[in-house]
Design a protein around this ligand. Sequence first.
Ligand code: PLP
Length: 226
Amino acid sequence: MLPLETLKENLAEVERRILAACTRAGRSRDSVQLVAVTKRHPPELVKTAWDLGLRHFGENYAQELRDKHEALSAQAGIRWHAIGPVQPKNAKYVAKAAHVFHALERLEVAQELSRRRTGAPLRCFVEVNVAGEASKAGLEPSSVAAFIEQVRALPNLEVAGLMCMPPLDENPEISRPAFKQLAQLAKQLGLSGLSMGTTGDFEVAIEEGATHVRVGTALFGERPAA
Ligand SMILES: *Cc1c(COP(=O)(O)O)cnc(C)c1O
């Protein structure tokens, strides 16, 4: 596992870069939520990150989320973000453990989340395939408005905004058009939340209006193999 000192330095560096991007964009640091992506890392690492003050954690896989939610249940105020696509049969784990769901793209999953959710409504970001790649997750931009209407008719869910995951590239500027497009679509739809930006491009995402950045590798290093 990552030594505490390294994690501390990584966190300080990510925070410095977030703040610099906010400053460039004329935004306050408070307008961006850092979601620390801990997928495939052990619960002990989450605990260490918690001890350093992180509270919002992102997980991709529903069962792993369930297990970490359980393992970290003593950490009151921990906020779990489910950031990966989920199968309808696993939606119950997300409904139970997650504070926010970032990858909503199927009505069947929304229905299952709605049925299973108790307590506060689950805040959901609708995933959009802005780059228009055939193989990528997310809805076509043209079908987002109708999808949101359907989700809004379901109890226990709340549409928080839009999310995207553009293709990874060495050059973060490659993501900028996708982020711009997502921000524009959110504005048209009257949505304030924008979940966009990962280790490779979170500064560009902040410049384009991200309210949630999902950062794993820059904080925790390379992930263990699945
Ligand atoms: C893994 C993952 C991230 C974090 O990616 P890093 O490059 O490690 O920062 C963010 N969002 C989603 C949807 C992911 O699957």
